[in-house]
Design a protein around this ligand. Structure first.
Ligand SMILES: [Zn+2]
Length: 194
């Protein structure tokens, strides 16, 4: 009977003190950092803890690089768009006038049989510039939240709204969707979400 208890005790102690390699399954003694059979880091050992810390530091550094890229991409879109659309809104009448008087434009409306007036042209410019300005402002809001690393959902939403508001520009919408997707997969760089 005492032999039986001894065996059970040994089994219990063994289960507590020794572990198994997560890679090859060999049993490893407590305090071992690497598996003597396959060289795998033993889970929970000092080497494993250090490895995980290094990995976290690396991921954080990669996240910061991604954040800087996002800020850069949003800024090179938002700044010129806001400036040009404000100029277009202020100067819509003159721009419409210069388009109106061009021979190519007159030929184009005659060829297509359109009945556009000069004020229609001004209306188109104002609408496109207004949408562009709203798009640039949305991209700026997204940029601010990326910079602050807060409110991932708002940053993603404003980026996609910025993309769809420039539906009249093929490249604008493609780049906007790509940056939006980059934001979707960069949730880890936002402090309140990770
Ligand atoms: Zn192993």
């Amino acid at each position: 009977m005492s032999m039986y208890f001894y065996t059970v005790k040994c089994m219990l102690l063994d289960m507590e003190d020794s572990k198994f390699c997560s890679s090859c399954g060999r049993s490893v003694e407590a305090g071992m950092q690497f598996c003597p059979q396959c060289g795998m880091v033993i889970s929970g050992s000092a080497a494993d803890v250090e490895f995980k810390e290094r990995q976290q530091e690396f991921n954080k550094a990669v996240g910061m690089v991604r954040r800087n890229w996002l800020i850069f991409l949003l800024a090179i879109y938002a700044i010129p768009v806001i400036i040009t659309t404000i100029v277009a809104l202020v100067d819509a009448s003159n721009i419409a006038n210069s388009i109106w008087v061009s021979d190519e434009f007159q030929k184009w409306i005659t060829d297509h049989g359109y009945n556009y007036t000069k004020s229609d042209i001004q209306g188109f410019i104002t609408t496109a510039a207004g949408l562009g300005l709203a798009s640039g402002i949305c991209a700026t809001v997204s940029l601010v939240f990326v910079y602050k690393r807060r409110h991932w959902v708002i940053a993603v939403a404003t980026c996609f709204i910025a993309a769809f508001l420039c539906f009249w520009s093929f490249f604008g919408i493609i780049i906007g969707i790509l940056v939006g997707w980059m934001l979707v997969v960069s949730r880890d760089i936002f402090e309140d979400e990770s």
